[in-house]
Design a protein around this ligand. Structure first.
Ligand code: TRP
Length: 344
């Protein structure tokens, strides 16, 4: 193959590890996202070449009636990334629907997977159940295939995921192996970089912080909103007076201390709560101080980006442009290995 463009020539000799992560742009990110993946990505971008995919097509699989929301959601999620410390110099942020190579590869991959295997995919099953779907549309059923294309088209080596996404990575590995066996070594078999951060519980004590449960603290919340959300949060119901012995293991606020406070504070809080030496009000205030320290700098950065929206679109244009070039190179190889390069 003849590489004239230096960026592409470099791509052919790719010798560094690349990671790919992704989110559906379905709404603002909250502290659960921050603890579960965003914080990790901010660290990973110093160690790996980091690609972050805004999976707008995947968002459409469950939201196709409302494509008009996507543009605003893409802007918001990018602001969340940038405010939380994702650096456009270190990370490439990509809009999925603007990279045609992803859809091309999805079609080629779709022959390697049976509809039945997708119907039995545990993550698809759980999600379909949560959403109350009886019938699955073709796009939703097939999103793990397009997710495989997301990963393979950029030749990502590693995919940081939570445990719920593991079946998708297994599928991606299978598809890539199948492709390489059939047509010759072309694509990289990706590995999961399993993150074992526990899920953040909701402010209402629900097992999961989630937009749909209305129990989240958003990275874009202002400090006063956060103060009142923490004030309202559920604690140990059995505790009425500050000197009643508490049960930190079942307390939402204590679980947040474990996620956001320093080791010393966690130990002291646990001891003082169990022994009725600290009231919930004081304990919540200690937590608020920690979360404020985390969010305040994010708010400041967000204020900057709110005033410089064209800068955000430039970052997305640049990232997506780079991604398109890489995807084109991969697709050229793919077509050549599949003997579909008729005009070459
Ligand atoms: N399915 C992921 C989610 O819902 C988002 C996603 C799309 C993704 N493409 C990806 C994650 C590729 C990792 C790799 O959160």
């Amino acid at each position: 193959m003849n590489f004239k463009n230096p960026a592409i020539a470099n791509e052919a000799k790719k010798s560094y590890k690349r990671i790919l992560t992704g989110d559906r742009p379905t709404g603002p990110l909250h502290l659960g996202h921050y603890c579960g993946s965003l914080k990790n990505r901010v660290d990973l971008q110093d160690k790996y070449e980091t690609f972050i995919l805004i999976a707008d097509v995947q968002a459409l699989t469950t939201n196709f009636e409302h494509p008009d929301k996507l543009k605003e959601n893409i802007l918001q999620i990018t602001m969340d990334y940038l405010s939380a410390g994702i650096s456009p110099e270190k990370s490439t942020i990509i809009i999925q629907s603007m990279v045609p190579g992803i859809s091309d590869l999805t079609i080629f991959f779709s022959m390697f997977v049976t509809a039945n295997a997708l119907r039995h995919n545990p993550t698809i099953k759980t999600e379909a159940k949560e959403r109350g779907y009886k019938e699955l549309n073709y796009g939703f059923l097939g999103y793990p295939v397009s997710q495989t294309a997301d990963i393979a088209v950029f030749k990502a080596d590693l995919v940081p995921v939570g445990i719920d996404q593991l079946p998708h990575i297994e599928l991606a590995r299978k598809i890539v192996r199948r492709f390489n066996d059939l047509y010759g070594e072309t694509l990289i078999e990706p590995e999961a970089l399993l993150s074992n951060f526990p899920k953040l519980v909701g402010l209402d004590g629900n097992l999961k912080m989630s937009k749909s449960y209305g129990n989240a603290i958003y990275l874009s919340d202002d400090i006063e909103t956060i103060r009142s959300k923490i004030k309202m949060a559920l604690t140990d119901k059995a505790r009425i007076h500050p000197n009643d012995p508490g049960h930190p293991d079942i307390c939402t606020i204590f679980s947040y201390h474990k996620a956001f406070s320093e080791e010393n504070m966690i130990k002291t809080t646990e001891y003082e709560c169990k022994n009725g030496k600290i009231g919930c009000v004081q304990c919540k205030n200690n937590l608020f101080i920690r979360i404020k320290a985390l969010i305040e700098p994010m708010n400041e950065k967000r204020e900057y980006y709110k005033k410089h929206v064209p800068e955000i679109w430039d970052i997305l244009l640049l990232g997506t442009g780079k991604a398109k070039t890489i995807a084109e190179v991969t697709l050229k190889e793919v077509r050549s290995h599949m003997k579909l390069d008729y005009f070459e």
